[in-house]
Design a binder for this molecule. Structure first.
Ligand SMILES: [Fe+2]
Length: 246
């Protein structure tokens, strides 16, 4: 069993196409999506159409939920950038996504098994940066799940963690958003991968054990950067151009 794991596409259709081409080149046909699919200053409409047609096992992220759980004037900036581009059918698709799912023997969630906005494998560290949680911190957030392959996203930080009981948690990183400022808490914190590449993961079950490859795919992000600039999102344009938060 080989499975490609996507998360946090954030409307970046160019990054999504690059990842799908890479997956196709490797002959992988099983794909899952861990949410935060559309929100951001890129091309949420094209991303929605592509994802709806692909019909992948998909869970809802916090930014998906926030597209459908409040009136437009109460949405955050990431949703405000995309909401007017979407038709009712796209929002119906978002609204129908489950919070968690099981597919191909794996458990899928966006943040943790019990939250779409808590970080599972990372926590706030010194200097307004994310650092890896310790084992107790990861175990405390497993929601009692016993699947041997646990998949999460949300932090945009690719990471593989092994847990007791032959379990593995994989965060593939973000397909479409390699750097951002999180302004929900004070002080704000910065996440940056330092590479503009589209991230995803390939997990494989061999001889009864799961293994993971964290993949970074280079692609031409110039069109996405131009779309972000047109919406005044200069830091997103910078992020997809070089992977750093300006
Ligand atoms: Fe998220």
């Amino acid at each position: 069993m080989t499975l490609a794991v996507l998360s946090d596409i954030h409307g970046n259709i160019a990054a999504l196409e690059a990842v799908l081409a890479d997956i196709d080149r490797r002959g992988i046909s099983n794909i899952v999506n861990l949410g935060d699919s559309l929100s951001g200053p890129f091309d949420g409409l094209a991303t929605a159409e592509r994802l709806i047609a692909l019909d992948l096992p998909t869970v809802s992220g916090n930014h998906d939920r926030q597209l459908v759980d409040r009136p437009k004037d109460q949405m955050g900036l990431w949703e405000a950038w995309v909401i007017d581009d979407l038709a009712p059918a796209h929002l119906d698709w978002i609204a129908a996504l489950p919070d968690t799912a099981e597919a191909f023997g794996a458990f899928l969630c966006h943040g943790t098994p019990e939250s779409d906005e808590e970080n599972w494998l990372d926590r706030r560290g010194p200097g307004e940066r994310l650092v890896a949680r310790d084992l107790d911190g990861v175990l405390a957030r497993d929601g009692g799940r016993r699947e041997r392959l646990l998949l999460c996203g949300h932090t945009h930080t690719p990471r593989v963690v092994r847990l007791p009981g032959d379990r593995m948690v994989v965060n593939p990183g973000s397909v479409g958003c390699p750097a951002y400022l999180d302004s929900r808490m004070e002080p704000n914190f910065i996440h940056q991968t330092g590479a503009p590449d589209a991230r995803y993961a390939i997990v494989e079950e061999r001889d009864g054990r799961w293994s993971a490859d964290l993949v970074a795919v280079p692609y031409d992000a110039s069109e996405m950067a131009a779309m972000a600039r047109a919406k005044g999102a200069e830091s997103w344009a910078q992020a997809v151009s070089d992977g750093w938060f300006a």
